[in-house]
Design a protein around this ligand. Structure first.
Ligand code: ADP
Ligand code: MG
Length: 258
């Protein structure tokens, strides 16, 4: 089982869209995928038609469960729900997760809860995708400590570039502190090649972070909006679109560098 997290402290950069699109591509390749909605705003859960605030069991239960293997495994199995995408299951979020930093403030090992939970179910899935909140806290730390890869969607705008520099140095520090060696892959998103500013920012990212930059980009595509409106992925709704092709290429490249 491999774990890939979608991280960026900025919102609206395409983390949730990337999570669902990559999941659909992996599903099409016959892989078993577990999605983890780590964002208390529950966008991924809502996207997939699951109103997490009305559920009896959510990811919140995993965080507050006794941390022994038998209990954790039972809770994880109780929380997982099947999505409309074949072979894709979800651990739905809950808004109560926004208080988890305080709730767990004294608990030792609070950064390893997701890793422990995944260790209990490692034979059930091929890939785990974690959609992170845009907040640096216990939740994001849990994602980083569990991950084999950190996927960093970033908009190709000058202001986003400054955020990217900050995020990269934060991730480097965290990886050192957590003794984590997950590879970071920057994925340019919402790329609009009609604008010089987008092309210039793309070059700037390439000059600064050549090693970590994916060689493609995700174009801006209105089909993403069509897809989210009906709770499906772009790969299912518009398989011939530029957006779908871009995520297929990204998924293949991620698998190649495994
Ligand atoms: P995040 O999870 O980082 O906050 P989202 O994935 O929710 O970002 O994306 C923010 C908004 O941008 C959503 O409305 C989504 O439909 C839209 N979006 C994301 N990627 C694209 C794209 N490549 N082209 C057009 N719209 C996009
Ligand atoms: Mg999101």
């Amino acid at each position: 089982m491999k774990v890939w997290s979608l991280v960026n402290q900025k919102g609206g950069v395409g983390k949730t869209t990337s999570t669902i699109s990559i999941a659909a591509c992996l599903s099409a390749l016959g892989k078993r995928v577990l999605l983890i909605d780590l964002d208390p705003q529950s966008s991924l859960s809502y996207y997939l038609g699951i109103d997490s605030d009305t559920l009896q069991h959510t990811l919140f239960d995993v965080f507050t469960s006794p941390q022994n293997t038998v209990k954790l495994k039972a809770i994880v199995n109780k929380v997982t729900v099947q999505t409309s995408i074949q072979n894709v299951t979800l651990l739905p979020s809950h808004m109560a997760l926004s208080t988890i930093d305080n709730a767990l403030s004294q608990q030792t090992g609070k950064g390893l809860i997701i890793k422990n939970a995944l260790d209990c179910i490692s034979s059930d899935y091929d890939y785990v995708l974690i959609d992170c909140p845009p907040v640096l806290g216990v939740l994001m730390i849990n994602a980083i400590t569990s991950s084999d890869k950190l996927i960093l969607p970033t908009q190709t705008e000058y202001l986003a570039f400054q955020g990217l520099q900050r995020m990269m140095s934060t991730l480097e520090k965290l990886r050192t502190n957590l003794k984590q060696d997950a590879r970071i892959l920057i994925v340019p998103t919402l790329f609009d090649r009609r604008y010089n500013a987008a092309i210039r920012t793309y070059s700037l990212i390439r000059e600064t972070f050549k090693e970590s930059l994916w060689k493609g980009y995700i174009p801006i595509d209105t089909k993403f909006r069509d897809a989210s409106a009906i709770g499906a992925s772009i790969v299912e709704v518009a398989p011939e679109s530029r957006g779908a092709f871009a995520y297929e290429k990204l998924t293949n490249d991620l698998l190649k560098h495994e």
